[in-house]
Design a protein around this ligand. Sequence first.
Ligand SMILES: [Zn+2]
Length: 249
Amino acid sequence: MARSLIVALAAAWLAWACPVPAATPGVTKPSLELRLLRPGVWIHTSYYTFPDGSIVPANGMVVRDGGGLLLVDTAWGEQLTVDLLDRIQREIKLPVRRAIVTHAHGDRLAGADVLRRRGVPVYALPQTISRAMAVGLAIPSDSLSGLRKTGDAEWLGAVEVLFPGPGHAPDNLMVWVPSARVLFGGCAVKSAASTSLGNLADADTKAWPEAIRRAMERYPTAEFIIPGRGAEGGKSLLTHTLELLGAPQ
Ligand SMILES: [Zn+2]
């Protein structure tokens, strides 16, 4: 019997004898998700496991940008970023040509070196690059030099990148996709289910409400808001974030 046939028969027997256990709903979670939100806009979500076993999700975005794609935030880890790029290639079938990271925390830029090794430029605020260097995180390759002060915005292909001012982090950016009326608020925006402001280690809670109001004023036609964690929603996510900040709306 040919060796390949023996291998195939053995594999078939193993599959019958040792079925893969079915996932139990609500108990197991995939480590990575990629789903279409609007034509040309996808949300990627990666799940990071902390040493104490707690699992925390992080949202990023993929946007159709000419003949390629623009990635907003890497997955939360190098291997997950490799997996994300593989999945994008398999499911969207377009090349990632550039990336933006929306502040210097691991859930935003942990995979920046993976992108650099593949020749994909990773854009960030100059402040994000210096903060990443200071704390030993992966370093974005390219500076968004047009964003110098609070309220500055710069076009990068199909999207507008806004520095709304400090909030969750001193360098948090938002990304506007006008063709789909989608605003990626990142960690400066909380999901409807959020009952707290989350990690405040680098936050500026005094300036944060102004950052949210700036986004509201600049993007009145936004229909979909993507927060850093949790489900996307409408503009009510912006007012919900103001509520959590105890700020007038
Ligand atoms: Zn953060």
